[in-house]
Design a protein around this ligand. Structure first.
Ligand SMILES: Cc1cc2nc3c(=O)[nH]c(=O)nc-3n(C[C@H](O)[C@H](O)[C@H](O)COP(=O)(O)OP(=O)(O)OC[C@H]3O[C@@H](n4cnc5c(N)ncnc54)[C@H](O)[C@@H]3O)c2cc1C
Length: 452
């Protein structure tokens, strides 16, 4: 009996040893969808061993970060535990931060995980792979501007967004409880960068600070006391989007009383505000850096792979890195050609989503020795949510081959559907429908802003 069990265990181990190992690093918009699809298609049937490595324990879809920061969304309602998703979808989850790569030994090098008190949770180790997918996303690019690291908050992780929200609530509580008048810059927020993140954050903060104050902070008059500044180096806000969207968003921010500065370059961030290149000073209690992206520094020439000046891995149309056929990169950390525009594919959730859908099929072809098909980016347009006030953007018309301007409820619907598509890829139709219904109900019985 024991011998039979041992033999069965040995044969399972042997099967596993023979199985093709696909390792995905980064469980974000692209990586987690890919791990889920591959787990369902290959892991479940024992056709490949799928492993996801992420330095975080839970996933949050990054485009929600500005809502977490503003307090209009509760992190706990939208985070997804990697361990649970791995268990449900037949892949392994390993915690840890990728710090390097050994292509010779085909191993991903992951640093140790250490608790706050210094105790080791998991040791430094190497994870062997046959096929590797790097999906580690991007970070904000402060272009070396002095004071950003010390005095500004970036919106890169749920932790940073939650920290910003805590500081915002504390700022309001402090102002409510002080007897002397507000000092210069108090209750003022400066957002550096008027791309989609900066503009969406400004509109969301306008709404959520009013809702927060309405919960009994009666010594604060939001119109008089709270000021939002948006600072952009380009000539117009939302510079990467068509001018009509910028115009519409500028008008709305103007109506809300948000102070918009264009052609304004930030020279330094200081403890109490910002210094502009022209010498101007903007006093602010809270500063958010939301300008520019770059891929994580450890990717720079990681074991000889080709990278561009912002550390993105250069990939071919098949999403394979240029110097290693068994290493793929998707999402923000990949520089993938966009031949129709003579550019690289922009760092967007819709690109990460399309790449993960494509790669899930291609990796199945790779396992059966079939040639890989090229991936082509389909730009469906861009949408910018201005909180509950409006949504504006452009959608690509398939027939006319040109983008057209959208706003209002239709634009809002399209904006929300991008997140729903991500949820659908992770959970399937039934769970998304149930979750959405539950959220609609609980939203009626809870404050619309997080109060702590
Ligand atoms: C505030 C905000 C709003 C946005 N709004 C939109 C929008 O409206 N529409 C849109 O299309 N795009 C939007 N984006 C961009 C979009 O979020 C990204 O393009 C998308 O998330 C990229 O997906 P990804 O899988 O490449 O990386 P991410 O989703 O960033 O995931 C990367 C993952 O890798 C992990 N990781 C990073 N480094 C390591 C490491 N060394 N080791 C292990 N794990 C690691 C991270 O923990 C994370 O889980 C927004 C971005 C932000 C910040």
């Amino acid at each position: 009996m024991a011998a039979a069990v041992r033999a069965r265990a040995r044969s399972t181990t042997d099967d596993r040893a023979l199985m093709h190992r696909i390792v995905i690093v980064g469980g974000g918009a692209g990586g987690l969808e890919l791990a889920t699809r591959l787990g369902d298609k290959l892991g479940r049937r024992g056709k490949a061993e799928i492993t996801l490595i992420d330095k975080a324990r839970a996933h949050l879809w990054k485009p929600l970060l500005h809502e977490i920061a503003a307090g209009s969304m509760d992190l706990g309602h939208h985070e997804l535990d990697y361990l649970a998703q791995a268990h449900w979808h037949h892949f392994h989850y390993r915690t840890g931060e990728m710090v390097g790569l050994d292509r010779g030994r085909r191993q991903v090098l992951v640093g140790p995980v250490i608790e706050e008190n210094g105790t080791e949770v998991t040791p430094a180790r190497g994870y062997p792979y046959d096929t590797l997918v790097l999906a580690v996303g991007s970070l904000t690019n402060d272009f070396g501007t002095p004071g950003v690291v010390e005095h500004a908050i970036c919106l890169e992780t749920p932790g940073q967004a939650a920290r910003f929200h805590r500081r915002l609530v504390n700022a309001c509580l402090r102002a409510q409880n002080q007897s002397e008048p507000l000092r210069p810059g108090q209750l003022q927020v400066a957002i550096i960068g008027a791309g989609a993140t900066g503009v969406e954050l400004a509109a969301e903060l306008h709404k959520s600070t009013r809702e927060l104050v309405a919960f009994g902070l009666d010594r604060i008059d939001p119109d008089r006391d709270i000021t939002l500044h948006v600072i952009e180096a380009a000539e117009r806000i939302l510079p990467a989007l068509p001018p009509r969207i910028s115009k519409s968003a500028t008008e709305l921010l103007g109506k809300l009383g948000v102070k918009v500065y264009t052609s304004a370059r930030v020279a330094a961030v200081m403890p109490n505000g910002i210094k502009l290149a022209d010498g101007g000073i903007i006093n602010a209690e809270l500063v958010v850096w939301a300008a520019g992206v770059k891929a994580p520094a450890f990717l720079e020439k990681v074991d000889g792979l080709e990278t561009n000046p912002i550390n993105q891995l250069v990939v071919r149309q098949t999403l394979q890195t240029t110097r290693d056929d068994d290493i793929f990169a998707i999402g923000d950390c990949a520089a993938c050609p966009w031949p129709e525009h003579n550019a690289i594919v922009p760092p967007r959730a819709q690109a990460a989503h399309q790449q993960s859908t494509h790669l899930a099929k291609q990796l199945r072809r790779k396992l059966t020795g079939q040639p890989l098909e090229p991936w082509r980016y389909r730009d469906f347009g861009s949408l910018v949510s201005l909180g509950e006030y409006s949504t504006v953007g452009s959608l690509m018309g398939k027939l006319v081959g040109q983008s057209f301007f959208v706003e209002g409820y239709f634009a809002r619907f399209m904006y929300v559907s991008l997140y729903k598509m991500h949820e659908y890829a992770l959970h399937g139709f039934t769970k998304v429908a149930l979750d959405t219904t539950v959220r609609l109900i609980t939203r009626r019985t809870e404050p619309h802003v997080k109060l702590h």
